[in-house]
Design a protein around this ligand. Structure first.
Ligand code: URA
Length: 282
């Protein structure tokens, strides 16, 4: 007898399959949930025990914190993010894995931004300052934003994993990308952030963010320039800023820049001739 939402969904899908259904129309939210289960199951088959994926409710369980006026305590984006930040601080699905460090690094920037950028996971400096993208990769990201005519305060910057992946005794200032299990554990938080912010466009900075938001393990080079969506919001994929730190070639900088020109056009931002020609060989 199925008891959880996951078991019920699997039962329904199995029945549909037996009845011959081969395709199904799903909205982005349902796709996101299935993607989380898939990542979790894939991680589970590699030795971990699959854990229940906690959905993040968009409001506190009790109405005790609602103001007397009868309006919800979470009417504003800021209130929703404060609530999510507090939930993330002690996010059991991630912390109970035992493979992530305990300092939570949430997000930074403008809750009303039209552009949301999603990176991988906090590193050494982000953990120290409890803010995403403040180290070398962050400075590179700031440069890219500046070239677009934007400041950090104009956009919303988050990570697919809210905790710095642990490397045990070898840690020091070293970092590693999050595993699929770690990504899946944090995914409900990121999905809830997207529901709160509702940006006009989301950019996945690197393959790890794309794996979480799009469920695709494909290379960044094959995902770039293509239109995806998450919760009905257009998603683009580009290289992680740290890729440009490793590879400063003009051609690579141009590739990222072309991705960002595409994002600017999608957002209806003006593109000057000078901007159009950045990083082209002279
Ligand atoms: N790299 C990321 O993906 N995120 C950060 O916050 C810092 C570096």
């Amino acid at each position: 007898m199925p008891t959880t939402l996951k078991q019920c969904s699997i039962e329904v899908l199995r029945n549909l399959l037996q009845e011959g259904t081969r395709t199904l129309a799903l909205d982005d939210e349902a796709r996101g949930i299935l993607r989380g289960w898939m990542l979790q199951a894939r991680a589970g088959t590699r030795g971990g025990t699959p854990r229940p994926l906690d959905p993040v409710p968009d409001s506190p369980p009790s109405s005790a914190s609602a103001p007397a006026s009868g309006t919800s305590a979470l009417d504003t984006v800021e209130a929703k993010l404060d609530y999510l930040r507090a939930r993330a601080e002690h996010w059991r699905p991630a912390l109970s894995l035992g493979s992530l460090r305990s300092t939570m690094v949430f997000a930074t920037g403008n809750p009303h931004a039209r552009l949301m950028l999603v990176g991988e996971a906090p590193g050494y400096e982000e953990e120290q300052q409890r803010e995403p993208f403040v180290g070398r990769a962050g400075r590179k990201l700031n440069e890219i934003l500046r070239a677009m005519g934007l400041r950090r305060e104009d956009v919303y910057i988050s990570n697919i994993c809210k905790f710095r992946p642990s490397m045990g005794e070898r840690q020091g200032t070293s970092n590693r990308p999050p595993t699929e299990e770690e990504i899946a554990a944090c995914l409900p938080l990121v999905m809830a952030e997207i529901r709160a912010i509702r940006p006009a466009c989301i950019v996945c900075l690197g393959g790890t963010a794309a794996k979480g938001l799009l469920g695709s393990g494909a290379s960044v080079s094959s995902l770039r320039g293509r239109d995806f969506s998450c919760q009905g919001i257009p998603v683009r994929v580009t290289y992680h800023p740290s890729y440009l730190l490793r590879n400063e070639a003009l051609s690579e900088r141009r590739r990222v820049w072309e991705d960002m020109l595409g994002v600017m056009r999608m957002l209806g931002m003006p593109v000057s001739v000078k901007q159009q020609n950045y990083f082209l060989p002279s």
